[in-house]
Design a protein around this ligand. Structure first.
Ligand SMILES: [Zn+2]
Ligand SMILES: [Zn+2]
Length: 260
């Protein structure tokens, strides 16, 4: 099961014209019979319900606000002793710990973050990759200011790919195709439209059309365009979606539950 807890890029936008697809920033939860895998902790992370019965792993793509701002705002009402593994292919665990504690600190944050951060066990990504025999985990370096890590998970013969935030360049094509091929679900950064790209060069995001072009080259079951621009209103997204010829490509919608 996959739940999109946040599909909006850069900044939450809970306005009446964006709530159809959702206003929270990125967080995707993938649940299997044994694992609860969470990708990023944008504002949508506040809605994640932690499972006492599953091994929970939180993967951080990078440290831009919209991918970490929800970390301190979950009620964490699971078992007090539950440890959540937190890892990132983007940086080592010491830097990951320091980046998060600096972010949730005076003068930017009012309460003691230690109690929250202690719920997590910071483990190097390479170690997490080898920790679980029945979980295949890999990462890909994406093109983004300060870099960003995309992830691929294969479990119970299903493959999931998470590819936010990335400014697509043609020299990434071969590697991206190899990384995503034969996925059951792919999450793609479609923050912009092709016509908007010239003004947004260097911002670190791709277009909807670039995602569709890539999707045409690979085998997949579901391709979800996410990280919607904060100003992209529901009507515009609906209009673009209605014109898509491939029904396997859709715009990600907050709270939608999808088969893994
Ligand atoms: Zn982002
Ligand atoms: Zn970013």
């Amino acid at each position: 099961m996959i739940i999109n807890h946040g599909v909006r890029g850069s900044i939450p936008n809970p306005s009446k014209n964006t709530l159809g697809f959702g206003g929270n920033t990125p967080c995707v939860e993938v649940k299997t019979s044994k694992y609860q895998l969470i990708f990023d902790c944008g504002s949508g992370f506040s809605k994640v319900d932690f499972s006492n019965d599953l091994q929970t792993i939180l993967f951080i793509s990078h440290f831009h606000h919209d991918h970490i701002q929800g970390l301190a705002f979950n009620s964490y009402n699971s078992d007090k002793n539950k440890k959540i593994i937190l890892t990132s292919a983007h940086s080592n665990s010491k830097d990951t710990y320091n980046n998060l504690t600096n972010y949730f600190n005076d003068p930017y944050f009012p309460v003691d973050f230690i109690e929250i951060i202690n719920k997590f066990e910071f483990i190097e990504f390479e170690k997490v990759v080898n920790m679980f025999q029945d979980l295949e985990i890999s990462s890909i370096e994406l093109n983004h200011p300060g870099n960003c890590s995309g992830y691929s998970i294969t479990s119970e013969e299903k493959k999931f790919c998470y590819l936010l935030d990335n400014e697509y360049e043609s020299n990434q094509k071969k590697e991206l195709i190899e990384f995503c091929n034969f996925s059951d679900t792919i999450i793609w950064d479609g923050m912009f439209l092709d016509k908007e790209l010239p003004d947004k060069k260097g911002w670190g995001h791709s277009s909807v059309e670039q995602g569709i072009d890539l999707a045409n080259e690979i085998e997949f079951k579901k391709f979800l365009i996410s990280h919607h621009s904060p100003t992209r209103e529901d009507n515009e997204i609906k209009q673009i979606q209605n014109n898509l010829s491939n029904i396997k490509i859709k715009f990600a919608s907050e709270n939608e539950v999808i088969d893994f």
